[in-house]
Design a protein around this ligand. Structure first.
Ligand SMILES: *Cc1c(COP(=O)(O)O)cnc(C)c1O
Length: 408
């Protein structure tokens, strides 16, 4: 069976983790701080806070911005539940917006969903392809949109407009206008979950990029404190001789990254540009080559004028299939010992959001994409022979279900 996306665990990872364990420092410490610095440099920002997941990091930012019951946050309808769940954790309302055929939020629709209650927008770089950041920034900076903004907290007053928090769970190393993503909007949050391009088993990182008058170094310190219960001294600082006393300035979160996990991240980071990304791109290239002559597929966009994907997910769409046919094609592919996946079941189809009254028919693009989507395996250890088997399985499954033909 060809798996969908196993992590790359080799001797290097194992020995770095062992080294972290033997160092005697297993929670947040020097390795985490080094990992943060490397990400910051790579992402063209000065301040990066490592956290224990995308979810906790992004929710921490909503908390920091004072988002609460009565507020609204705009989220694309086509995403993993985490992007919306964090809004519900803060008690705010999720405002869903439809997407483009490249899976990104439909910028042209955003403004009509903005109200006096809108406090933030969480666009998602689905599959690793950055969204149109300039287009989105233009909207939140429009005079009439700024005039609508109704700030309630110090940070909201200071920003003076809707906050943009980029869900970059898929797009570490993706490029926007030639730069690795991270410095486009107010906050960019990565996920280092086991299936993501760069993994620490579980983990995430926040790129802090607020405009003046914010001091991003101060915001880093503030968020760091908030990621540790609002305690003003972390374990490393308290470890200094005689330095036991601390204060708690807020009922903060507990979402710090550990040095054990950062040790994995440092190995992954060191080989990311030289091994991980080139390999993923190569897999995409072989899929493109193998499927380009099939007039029944719609291949994913991975590059255009301003954007280049991190090649996280190969999001294939089959033309002219019903949901049932798509599902049958997936079953056939599995019978050929190839694992595939669907990204994503749009939020209104999930019981929780359905119960809240969201309706898939309000989002025709997302509905059409979801009914036809199949994600193919992409991971470092996938061999050329396996890639060819995947392509062949997709073709065989399609012909079997759609044409009732058996092809070799
Ligand atoms: C994986 C993922 C997340 C959540 O990341 P965690 O690190 O598991 O919290 C959020 N958004 C998207 C689009 C994801 O794919």
């Amino acid at each position: 069976m060809i798996p969908f996306s196993p992590p790359r665990i080799d001797d290097k990872i194992v020995s770095e983790v062992a080294d972290a364990l033997r160092s005697g420092w297993i929670t947040t410490g020097p390795k985490t701080k080094l990992f943060e610095k490397k990400i910051a440099k790579y992402c063209n920002v000065e301040n990066v806070l490592a956290v224990n997941s995308w979810t906790t990091g992004a929710e921490l930012l909503l908390y920091w911005f004072g988002i609460k019951e009565g507020d609204e946050v705009i989220v694309p309808v086509y995403t993993y539940c985490a992007s919306a769940n964090i809004v519900r954790h803060r008690g705010a309302k999720v405002i869903m917006v439809d997407v483009n055929s490249d899976f990104g939020i439909d910028i042209s629709k955003v403004e009509k969903y903005i109200s006096e209650r809108t406090k933030a927008i969480i666009p998602v770089d689905v599959g690793g392809l950055p969204i149109d950041f300039d287009g989105l920034k233009e909207i939140v900076n429009k005079r009439r949109v700024i005039d609508k903004f109704n700030p309630q907290t110090e940070n909201q007053k200071k920003l003076g407009r809707i906050m943009i928090l980029s869900d970059a769970a898929h797009s570490f190393g993706a490029k926007y206008k030639g730069l690795n993503v991270g410095s486009e909007v107010d906050f960019t949050v990565f996920s280092f979950h086991a299936v993501k391009n760069l993994t620490t088993a579980e983990g995430g990182a926040i790129c802090i990029n607020l405009p003046t008058p914010f001091d991003n170094k101060e915001i880093y310190k503030e968020l760091n404190t908030l990621s540790l219960h609002g305690q003003n001294k972390d374990a490393l600082a308290k470890y200094q001789k005689g330095n036991w006393e601390y204060d708690v300035i807020d009922a903060g979160f507990k979402c710090n990254m550990t040095d054990i996990l950062s040790s994995i991240g440092l190995v992954e980071f060191a080989r990311y540009e030289t091994e991980t990304l080139p390999k993923r791109k190569k897999i995409f290239d072989i899929y493109y080559e193998g499927l380009k002559n099939c007039d029944w597929v719609e291949l994913p966009v991975s590059k255009d004028t301003n954007r280049e994907s991190s090649y996280h997910l190969f999001l294939l769409k089959i033309k002219d299939v019903s949901l049932e046919e798509r599902n049958s094609i997936i079953q056939e592919i599995f019978k050929l010992d190839v694992s595939v996946n669907v990204h994503y079941k749009p939020l209104p189809l999930l019981s929780y959001y359905k119960k809240l009254g969201y309706e898939i028919n309000d989002y025709p693009k997302a509905k059409s994409i979801w009914e036809r989507e199949i994600s193919l395996p992409v991971y470092f250890d996938l061999s050329n022979e396996q890639i060819e088997r995947v392509i062949s399985a997709v073709k065989r499954a399609y012909y079997k279900i759609k044409k009732n033909e058996t092809i070799i």
